[in-house]
Design a protein around this ligand. Structure first.
Ligand code: DLL
Length: 432
């Protein structure tokens, strides 16, 4: 396999503007390597491939990937902690882990060359977002086992930025650092960025008055309405950054600031497919389904056809040759089925963000109403928003019209909804 290319430096890497045929050729060569690497060094992959009756040598074209088996979190959990590694443990220079809601953490590992590749693709993300060497980059993603903080940190530092490793929490102090250090770039979950904006206002500072120019927001679903809210609040360009630990971390895909039309997938390193989540069939470009990734250059922990549970579509390239992903509207495992209607928390996020009388914070309480299931949407009117009864009635009406279900709406006083410092928790399940 070709060694992956040196870090992007200050401009675009040539592959970002290469003809599609060239990208496909690179992908095929790397895919053959990655399948062979996984099969040779990870017993779990060998078993999976053998059970499916396929061998890495069966790959002749990119379409042949569809013959290979999927992997899920289950394989990672069953082989906890290091059983999915394809190299001896002493070649693994770092691990990250996500705790998940149930059971054991999902552990991922990196060789030094994996870290270098991550830095490289993340630097493409920084370039896409309009970050420049010399910028002050304030990182409010959590540092630690979560990939958000350290991923952004190493990439921005090696890009020539001044990194402020603020991590999450102590929001009053974050505001002071953003102001005193003249930050240019904010990296945070969009829900935490809203918390930061609120903190600015409560200190009597207009968040739009800072030197911030760009926000890289991701790690959780967010909407165009929330983009508008964040751009206006801070006076910035807000771009969408996507990633997941199993594939590398943040920076698998990033939106280009000049088009803001969905994250460009760095697909010479992460090969995307969108499948029908029920049948497993590969869907054509443009159709919505579950996003699946195969790592093409990862050494310590290759992932083959890893099912992300994220629902979106693949779109042709615009600002770059590589394909884009539509906004991740939802995850298959976040789906609530309320009286037969499929409902996603992100649909509420969009409606909450679009109502100027509400803060962007909300909570969905799911409960049993007799034998039926129901949702109470807890929303937070701004302090000057006016009568809560009218706001609640309007919001219930909007939900009925736009999502097609009836919900109870409960309003709370400002700050009544617990703030999250990382990924927002939107659902409280009160079913027994
Ligand atoms: O959230 C990595 C990351 C860090 C991404 C920083 C962006 C910025 P995990 O904790 O493994 O990794 O969670 C991955 O988060 O499968 C999606 O469901 C969700 N997610 C990540 N980015 C976005 C996004 C990091 N831009 C899971 N839009 C993914 C919607 C996102 N959902």
């Amino acid at each position: 396999m070709a060694k992956f290319e040196p870090a992007a430096g200050r401009g675009l890497h040539p592959i970002e503007q290469a003809p599609i045929a060239e990208i496909r050729a690179v992908q095929l060569e790397r895919l053959a390597w990655s399948l062979a690497h996984a099969y040779a060094h990870v017993p779990a992959y060998q078993r999976l491939f053998d059970d499916a009756g396929v061998h890495p040598s069966d790959l002749r074209s990119l379409d042949d990937l569809a013959r290979f088996p999927f992997t899920t979190k289950t394989e990672l959990r069953d082989n906890y902690p290091f059983g999915m590694f394809a190299v001896p443990r002493d070649q693994v220079v770092r691990v990250h882990a996500s705790s998940g809601t149930t059971g054991k953490a999902t552990v991922v590992g990196y060789t030094q060359s994996d870290i270098d590749m991550w830095v490289h693709v993340y630097q493409r993300s920084l370039v896409a977002a309009g970050v420049r060497p010399g910028d002050v980059v304030h990182v409010s993603y959590g540092y630690g086992l979560f990939t958000g903080g350290l991923g952004a940190h190493y990439a921005a530092e090696q890009f020539g930025c001044t990194v402020v490793p603020a991590s999450v929490g102590q929001t009053a102090r974050q505001v002071q650092l953003l102001v005193d250090f003249d930050a240019d770039v904010l990296c945070a979950t969009p829900s935490y960025a809203l918390v930061v904006a609120d903190e600015f206002r409560s200190q009597g500072i207009d968040p739009a008055s800072t030197s911030l120019r760009v926000g890289l927001f991701g790690a959780e679903p967010w909407s165009e309405a929330m983009r508008a809210e964040l751009e206006e609040a801070f006076g910035i360009d807000a771009v969408d950054i996507y990633g997941l630990s199993e594939v590398i971390g943040g920076g698998v895909a990033n939106e280009c600031v000049e088009t803001k039309d969905g994250p460009t997938i760095w697909e010479d390193h992460f090969y995307p497919e969108v499948i029908d989540p029920d049948s497993g069939e590969v869907l054509p470009e443009g159709e919505t389904g579950e996003l699946v990734f195969t790592s093409l250059t990862k050494v310590a922990m290759p992932v083959i056809r890893y099912r992300t549970r994220d629902i979106c579509s693949l779109q042709p390239g615009t600002a770059r040759s590589m394909r884009r992903m539509g906004r991740v509207a939802a995850r298959t495992d976040d789906m609530l089925i309320i009286r037969g209607v499929n409902v996603f928390p992100s649909q509420f996020e969009e409606l909450v963000s679009a109502d100027p009388r509400l803060t962007g914070h909300f909570l969905l309480e799911v409960h049993s109403q007799g034998r039926m299931e129901g949702i109470t949407a807890v929303v937070e009117p701004k302090s000057d928003a006016g009568g809560h009864d009218a706001i609640a009635a309007d919001f219930a009406n909007t939900v009925r019209q736009r999502i097609g279900i009836s919900v109870e709406v409960r309003t709370v006083e400002p700050d009544g909804i617990p703030r999250s410092e990382g990924k927002a928790q939107r659902v409280r399940d009160l079913r027994g």
